[in-house]
Structures are given as C-alpha cells and as structure tokens.
Design a protein around this ligand. Structure first.
Ligand code: FAD
Length: 117
C-alpha cells in the first residue's frame, strides 16, 4: 500500500496547509457569524475529509478538543495543537506553536508582507 500511503500523505500536507493558512487569515476579532462559519466548517470537514480512518480519528479528537473560534490567535493555536496530537499518534515531530504566525502566510494581495516581496 505504498502508493496509497503516498497519496494519503500528500492529501494530508495539502489539507494541513489549507487549514493553518485559513486560521492565519481568520479575523482577529471575528463576528458571531464568522465564528459560526469556522466552527461549522471544521465539523463538516471532519465528516467529509476523504480518508475514512483519518476522518473518524479527527471526529474523536473534536469531541475532546472542540474548535476554538473566538479569535485568530485562539483558532491558530487550536489547529496547531490538534495537528500536534495527530503528529504524536503518527510518531512525527512536534511543531513549536509559538512560530505558527510566521509560518503560514496566504500570499494575499492585501497582506503588507506581500508588498515587500
Ligand atoms: P504533515 O503532518 O502533513 O505537516 C506538513 C507540514 O506542516 C510539516 O512539514 C511542518 O512544516 C508543518 N507542521 C507540522 N506540525 C504542525 C503543527 N502542529 N502546526 C502547524 N504546522 C505544522 N495520516 C494517517 O496516516 N493517519 C491518520 O489517521 C491521519 N489523520 C489525519 C487527519 C487530518 C485531519 C489530516 C489533515 C491529516 C491526517 N493524516 C493522517 C495525514 C498526516 O497528518 C500527514 O499530513 C501526512 O502523514 C504527511 O505528513 P508530513 O510528515 O508530510 O507532515
């Protein structure tokens, strides 16, 4: 199952990148509707993620660690912590969550950092 494992890992890398980048762009002071949108997204994502065993494991994780959606900072730290729990299960390295804001940039036009590049 080497081929399937490679595909699964690629899907995982792309998905984590999207998730962390979404958190990095989540409003610092989200409205009630924005918080609801993120919470709904995460739960729907956990049902629809196209790797059955991963989705089931992820749903169990969400029961224990419900999404934190009150701000960009809490959402980013929550996603980093969840990813680290998956890392532990898969015997991967732990990521230092204090570095999260620097690592994930969306490359969006309205980002100041983009003007310098
Ligand atoms: P990844 O874990 O994909 O990480 C990509 C990059 O993100 C890393 O190289 C690092 O630079 C950075 N990173 C690492 N940790 C963090 C962190 N905590 N916060 C922010 N950035 C970080 N695979 C399975 O085999 N079984 C499963 O049950 C399973 N469940 C999954 C559940 C979900 C919700 C997702 C999204 C993926 C799941 N995967 C699962 C895939 C798995 O997590 C990896 O994506 C895959 O194994 C590839 O690993 P990787 O070593 O390339 O790094």
């Amino acid at each position: 199952e080497l081929k399937n494992d490679t595909i699964k890992a690629e899907l995982g890398r792309g998905t984590w990148k999207l998730l962390h980048t979404m958190m990095a762009r989540f409003p610092e002071n989200p409205s009630t509707s924005e918080k609801e949108a993120l919470r709904n997204f995460i739960y729907l994502f956990s049902r629809l993620y196209p790797c059955g065993e991963c989705a089931t494991e992820f749903q169990t994780l969400l029961e224990k660690y419900p999404p934190q959606v009150s701000s960009r900072e809490t959402a980013s730290q929550w996603a980093c912590a969840i990813h680290n729990i998956v890392n532990v299960r898969l015997e991967k390295e732990i990521f230092d969550c204090s570095l999260i804001a620097d690592k994930y940039k969306c490359g969006c036009d309205d980002e100041k950092a983009n003007e310098i590049d």
